[in-house]
Design a protein around this ligand. Structure first.
Ligand code: TRP
Ligand code: SF4
Length: 400
């Protein structure tokens, strides 16, 4: 509905590791140059599962922001904020809850999956059931068009689209919508009005998706339209009524399955991680003590990289030449495992060096981080306030 805006959140439930870097943060860093980006600390989301250990969240919030900055997320390009500092998220969550069918939440695959996975914890709470709706509020309140998420979160984005549609359907039917839309069309000027009408007919009569996209593009270019007219024309194009909340797209991040120290996917719960800013000695130690092909008991035994977790790290970090050296050396027992691990250690340290340096800046002066977040919260709140004004009005809550 508006220009592309990217929004993503991360739960502060522990320190970030290289899996987060390769799977998420590298992607954020790239996107901040291509789109308007908002990235936030989803502390309320963390509370839905960690309600009994709030200390973990408290500790993780600032560390996580430092990790983002260390990874290269740049406050000059992206807006960084904390969810609970923009209480409008909670207001939208509450208002959306009025129209959210319970069945939609109960059917979310993540609801049952997570309950089973975290079986030690009672997750049959109201807050946890509402997790996807809180996420919808996060997204809809900024009218985000793109939401970078992992595969597991795609149902949440689809759910968000359904909630937006339902909201627009129920509250977008203002009295006299057709007339108001007609008047707004005239304001486009005769040539564009004609084109708009043609595209609308093509979409509504023939389901021509290209016509819909062209219509949206046409509206995107109209700088002088008032906000209300814009919502009407976007809504009128598709048929229903005013489009108050816009449907986001999931932006699937190529699932980088960063291998951990044991060959499984790197994950805190497997205790196989290297943290983003882990100190150098510890990185060396962790990699040097990594398991290798179990068949290589003695230095003189030949091995098979396919059976070795170290080889998976070479895949991430080494060039062709080094990989060949590993293949030949391992299979012929020409190199030892410690030797083989050294290029990986070097590469990880090299990757972490700029991160450690950037982080140091913020660790030396924590006020910098507080200010970045304060700025970000202020910017986010401004955007959130605009949407809430429309939502309250649509729901009959703007008493004069
Ligand atoms: N649910 C997301 C996760 O577990 C975190 C999150 C909360 C989020 N709100 C969001 C992600 C909004 C994208 C957009 O990873
Ligand atoms: Fe693994 Fe390298 Fe040892 Fe081969 S030489 S078993 S690839 S660590």
């Amino acid at each position: 509905m508006f220009a592309d805006r990217v929004l993503s959140g991360m739960r502060p439930t522990g320190s970030l590791h290289l899996g987060h870097y390769h799977g998420v943060l590298k992607n954020w860093v790239q996107m901040q140059h291509e789109y308007e980006c908002l990235f936030f600390v989803a502390d309320w989301h963390a509370l839905t599962t960690h309600y009994d250990t709030p200390q973990i969240i408290e500790q993780s919030v600032w560390d996580m922001v430092v990790d983002w900055l260390a990874a290269g997320v740049d406050p000059a390009h992206a807006t960084l904020f904390i969810q609970s500092r923009v209480p409008e998220h909670a207001e939208l969550h509450l208002l959306l809850s009025m129209i959210t069918p319970l069945g939609w939440l109960e059917r979310m695959p993540t609801y049952k999956d997570q309950q089973e996975k975290l079986s030690g914890k009672d997750l049959s709470t109201y807050g946890f059931l509402g997790y996807p709706l809180l996420q919808s509020a996060d997204i809809l309140i900024y009218r985000a068009t793109q939401v970078p998420v992992g595969e597991d979160q795609v149902p949440h984005i689809e759910f968000t689209r359904e909630i937006a549609r339902r909201f627009n359907h129920i509250y977008g039917r203002e009295p006299g919508f057709e007339e108001k839309a007609g008047a707004a069309v005239k304001k486009l000027g005769s040539k564009k009005a004609k084109l708009y009408a043609e595209l609308r007919t093509r979409y509504q009569e023939q389901g021509d998706d290209e016509a819909l996209q062209s219509g949206k593009a046409l509206l995107d270019e109209q700088q002088s339209l008032s906000h209300g007219d814009r919502e009407r024309l976007f809504g009128y194009l598709e048929g229903s009524g005013k489009m108050i909340l816009s449907e986001p797209q999931a932006m699937l991040t190529a699932a980088s399955k960063m291998p951990g120290l044991d060959g499984q996917k790197m994950s805190k719960s497997y205790e196989n991680t290297i943290t983003l800013r882990e100190d150098e000695a510890s990185v060396g130690k962790k990699i040097r003590t990594m398991p290798t092909d179990p068949a290589r008991i003695r230095r003189t035994d030949a091995g098979d990289p396919a059976k070795c977790p170290v080889w998976q790290l070479h895949h991430v970090y080494s060039n062709e030449q080094t990989k060949q050296w590993v293949q030949q050396g391992c299979r012929s027992a020409g190199i030892g495992c410690i030797e083989c691990k050294q290029p990986v250690i070097d590469a990880v340290l090299e990757e972490q060096r700029p991160m450690r340096e950037r982080a140091q800046l913020y660790l030396d002066d924590p006020a910098l981080v507080r200010n970045i977040i304060a700025d970000g919260c202020e910017k986010a709140r401004k955007l959130a306030t605009e949407t809430m004004r429309d939502v309250r009005e649509a729901m009959g809550l703007s008493y004069g």
